[in-house]
Design a protein around this ligand. Structure first.
Ligand code: CP
Length: 317
C-alpha cells in the first residue's frame, strides 16, 4: 500500500493529527502576524493547483501558503488547459504527475474528483472542494476559528499529541451548539463541518427550509430566530444557485426574510458568526452583523492561510 497521504475529507486526518496541525497553524499565524519569516520546509518543492471552479479564498490562500513555506506554485489555467480539447481529467492528472510535483490541489464540480485523481498520481492530492461532497481545509479552518474563541487555552495545554483521545479531545468545545444555516444539501462546507465538528463533540443543528435539508439524523429546524438564541456558533452558508437545477425560491429576498442572519435574529447572544464566503450580503448575513465583533468571517480567511500552511507542511515536508 502506498504511504502517500491525501487530504480528500477531514476523516483523512486523525484527531491527534488535527490537534498537532492546529498547534502548527497557530505557530504560523503568530509568525505571519509579526511578519517574521517562517522556516522553509517546502524549499525546492513544486505544488500544482488545478481549479475547475472559481475561487477567491481557497486558491489564493493555498498559493500564499506554499510561497510562505518557500515552495513554488504552478497554477494550471483550466480555461487554457487541454481538458478543453477533450483530455480526460485522469489523463490531465497523469501528465501533471509525470512532471513530478510534490502535491496537487484540485477543485472540481464533481464529487469524488480528488479521490479519483489520487489513484492516478504519486504525490499528495489536496481537495480544494469537490461538488457538494467535501471541502476539508475549510472545515479545519472553521474549527480552528471556533477553538480560538472557546478553547485556545485548552488547545495550548494539549502539547503532547500522544495523550489525545480519538474523540472529542477538547472539553471547551464539547457540547457547544452550532447552527448551520442555509443551503445545507448543496454545501460541501456543511458536509465537511458536520463530519469534523461532531467528531469534536459539538452539537450540529441544521437550520433551513425543507428543500435545503439533506436526509439526516441531526436535529433540524426552519426557525432561525428561535435557534439563534440557544447556539454558541452560527455558520451561515451561501445559497448555491449554481447547483440548483430548478428555481426554488421566488427570489433570494424571500429566502433572506427567513434565513438572513440579522442583528435582530442574533440579539444579545454572545455567539460567534461564521461564513465560508463568498457572502451574499443581506441575504446570508446583513451588513450590520458582518461589522459586529461577533462576526469572525475575516478571521476565518486569516486562519485559512495558516491551516493550509500546516496541512502542506504535514503532507509534503
Ligand atoms: N470558502 C471558499 O471555498 O471560498 P472560495 O470559493 O472563494 O475558495
Amino acid at each position: 500500500m502506498s504511504d502517500i497521504r491525501h487530504l480528500i475529507r477531514t476523516s483523512d486526518f486523525s484527531t491527534q493529527e488535527i490537534i498537532t496541525l492546529f498547534h502548527n497553524a497557530l505557530h504560523y499565524k503568530q509568525l505571519l502576524m509579526s511578519k517574521t519569516p517562517t522556516h522553509q520546509p517546502l524549499k525546492h518543492k513544486n505544488v500544482i493547483t488545478i481549479f475547475f471552479e472559481n475561487s477567491t479564498r481557497t486558491l489564493s490562500s493555498f498559493e500564499l501558503a506554499v510561497k510562505n513555506l518557500g515552495g513554488d506554485i504552478l497554477r494550471l489555467d483550466v480555461s487554457r488547459s487541454s481538458t478543453s480539447k477533450g483530455e480526460t481529467i485522469s489523463d490531465t492528472a497523469a501528465n501533471l504527475n509525470a512532471m513530478n510535483p510534490d502535491a496537487i490541489i484540485i477543485r472540481h464540480r464533481n464529487a469524488g474528483a480528488g479521490y479519483y485523481l489520487s489513484a492516478h498520481v504519486n504525490c499528495p492530492i489536496i481537495n480544494g472542494g469537490d461538488g457538494a461532497h467535501s471541502h476539508p481545509t475549510q472545515a479545519l479552518l472553521d474549527l480552528l476559528t471556533i477553538i480560538e474563541h472557546f478553547g485556545l487555552e485548552e488547545l495550548q495545554t494539549l502539547k503532547n499529541a500522544d495523550t489525545i483521545a480519538p474523540f472529542a479531545p477538547l472539553d471547551s468545545i464539547k457540547g457547544k451548539k452550532i447552527a448551520i444555516v442555509g443551503d445545507v444539501v448543496n454545501s460541501r462546507v456543511a458536509n465537511s463541518n458536520i463530519e469534523l465538528l461532531t467528531r469534536f463533540g459539538m452539537e450540529v443543528i441544521l437550520v433551513a427550509p425543507p428543500h435545503f435539508l439533506p436526509q439526516t439524523s441531526l436535529r433540524t429546524s426552519d426557525n432561525l430566530k428561535a435557534i439563534a438564541q440557544e447556539v454558541d456558533v452560527i455558520m451561515s452558508l451561501r445559497t448555491q444557485t449554481e447547483r440548483h437545477d430548478q428555481v426554488i425560491y421566488g427570489s433570494l429576498k424571500d429566502y433572506a426574510s427567513r434565513f438572513c442572519v440579522t442583528k435582530e435574529i442574533v440579539g444579545n447572544n454572545p455567539c460567534i458568526i461564521l461564513h465560508p464566503g463568498p457572502v451574499h450580503r443581506n441575504i446570508d448575513i446583513d451588513d450590520e452583523v458582518l461589522k459586529d465583533s461577533r462576526s469572525k468571517v475575516l478571521e476565518q480567511v486569516t486562519n485559512g492561510v495558516c491551516v493550509r500552511m500546516a496541512a502542506l507542511d504535514f503532507l509534503i515536508a
